[in-house]
Write a protein that binds this ligand. Structure first.
Ligand SMILES: [Zn+2]
Length: 240
């Protein structure tokens, strides 16, 4: 029922295609052979003569332009009477589908079905996002607990901030790496060191003033060590 590249050009197109109804967007000014109305924007060929949609008993149908495949398919499924609208492309020498004519109520039902699908997809996305957020929260909690185990003197809110930062989804930070996932001592420690470097030392200012990274790290190494020792020994102190 859908004309394609194999279909003959307009001159030899059979007046009654084998399946379905065809409606044409004429390239020339055409008038209805029955009621003489025109020029017609859409016409049906009956015995090779143009008829307007009203005379062809298709006047009650509404036009749905091509583009939304699901909506088109469902509109036709819902529609007792439907037609495919085509226009001849001279350059390509073939008829091209422009859309369909369907019953208005059918289109409304089809739109409802598509909306329901979109709503279902939206709800699934929300559920997935919640599940991921819950996983992230669990991971961040475990990460935070591990920081506090290794660095008991690290303030709790600071540990939470480091863990949240490290476990941010898709960030590629240590918390998302395989080592971070496993909460290895090395992964947890490097997240803590990174945080100390940026927040408790002039590291960022050194970088901004043009000090090379390795030189900057060398200059702040002692300061980082001091903070880490304080956070580690605070635990030993409270334990002893
Ligand atoms: Zn007519």
């Amino acid at each position: 029922m859908v004309p394609d590249r194999r279909m003959a050009p307009r001159a030899t197109l059979p007046p009654h295609p084998p399946t379905g109804l065809l409606v044409f967007q004429p390239l020339k000014r055409r008038h209805c052979a029955e009621c003489r109305r025109g020029p017609l924007s859409l016409l049906v060929l009956e015995d090779a003569a143009p008829r307007c949609l009203d005379c062809a008993d298709l006047g009650h149908l509404v036009f749905l332009p091509r583009g939304d495949t699901a909506l088109t398919r469902r509109s036709r499924e819902e529609s007792t009477l439907s037609a495919v609208v085509v226009r001849f492309n001279r350059r390509r020498s073939r008829y091209e589908r422009q859309g369909v004519l369907v019953e208005e109520a059918a289109l409304a039902r089809a739109e409802q079905r598509c909306l329901a699908d979109a709503e279902a997809r939206r709800r699934r996305r929300v559920r997935d996002a919640r599940r991921r957020a819950a996983q992230d929260a669990l991971f961040a909690e475990a990460f935070s607990a591990e920081i506090r185990r290794l660095f008991p003197g690290c303030p709790a809110d600071r540990a939470r901030a480091i863990a949240a930062h490290a476990s941010e989804r898709g960030s590629g930070r240590v918390g998302r790496s395989a080592a971070g996932r496993a909460l290895t001592e090395g992964a947890v420690t490097s997240a803590v060191v990174a945080s100390v470097r940026h927040l408790d030392t002039p590291y960022d200012r050194l970088l901004m003033s043009g000090v090379p990274r390795h030189e900057a790290r060398r200059r702040i190494a002692a300061a980082v060590e001091t903070v880490l020792r304080r956070w580690t020994e605070a635990g030993l102190g409270s334990a002893g």
